[in-house]
Design a protein around this ligand. Sequence first.
Ligand SMILES: *Cc1c(COP(=O)(O)O)cnc(C)c1O
Length: 373
Amino acid sequence: MDIFEELGIRRYINAQDTFTKYGGSCMREESLRAMAEIAGSMVDLAQVQEKAGDAVAELTHNEGAYLSNGAAGGLMLCAAACMALDSEEAYHALPEGGERREIILQRAQHNPYDKSLAAAGAKLVFTGEESAPPTEAELADAITEKTAAVAYFIYHGRDGSLPLERVLQIAHGCGVPVIVDAAAQNPPMENLWRFTETGADMVIFSGGKALRGPQDAGLILGRREWIARCRRWGPPADGVCRCCKTSREAMAGLYAAVKACLAQDADTEWRRLSSACSIFEQTLRKCGFSRVWREEEGPVGQAFPRVFGEVPLGSASALSAKMRGEGVYIGSEERDNVIILNPLMLTPRQVKEVCDALFRCTAGGPHTNTMER
Ligand SMILES: *Cc1c(COP(=O)(O)O)cnc(C)c1O
């Protein structure tokens, strides 16, 4: 009896997105092996953080790296590092006290994840409008002696924001660091160094999305001095960030995932995803979809292809609910009555299983013919 049977847990195939509520992504063999290896021995946790962090920094062409318990935990620790700097007293005053506790964010970028900055005790100060960026002068004016950092979300509000380059120039001109949230911005893997090369002080990624490391793991990549502060104030130190604990297993698993991702050939990976998309396109046409197309961008602007299809009969949400009944998560867009198939997390066998489920869920579509399969 396996764990699914023992506990009565249903398995799903994820052809939608790396959502936490579905378990994010499936770990690679390399990560599972590294986790099992390190789990068997006691270690000095600070040494694991230092050695794995230094190795990840080298792999990703960064000055430093910190292995956090996720992108949200990474945001919290970066906020604390910016507020505390090198002061024990300032760190231990968090989350309630301290002189420099403001973090500036463009209003267009306001999103559910910015609460992780506030969780460390930061007060978010918004500048600009919901759909329009602040002027450069407005951003500069928002920065005062109470400012600990400027935060920047790569995807959220990207059409109503000042570009990262300008924000970096203004913040650095005022002597203030910039924390970048790029949690879901892989692939391409080059993003692991792109934003730090642009000048960001700390850049955050999820370990459990496309990197396929442990779900409860994430990266803070950036300047040596900031990574040193993350290592100092992060767990096992007590204080506000004690709740950001990263296990040695998560650190080892994430290190192995980053190494495997960077060893993988991007063209081969693109061809794998493209051939899954071709299979989805053929399947949708056989199921009676007449408008089927491919977009070469992930849900938050990543570089990978997905297939879209306008549902010919009934609603996209009804079809996606039916697919869920078959154990398959797919995306749907109400407004255009479109379903979305994402090949990123699928094995070839799962691609076939998604197609079989589509045939079952659209039975009766004009071109459905079981013999053809
Ligand atoms: C997913 C996500 C997070 C949270 O990531 P975790 O690794 O699950 O903590 C934070 N910010 C953005 C923009 C995200 O997409």
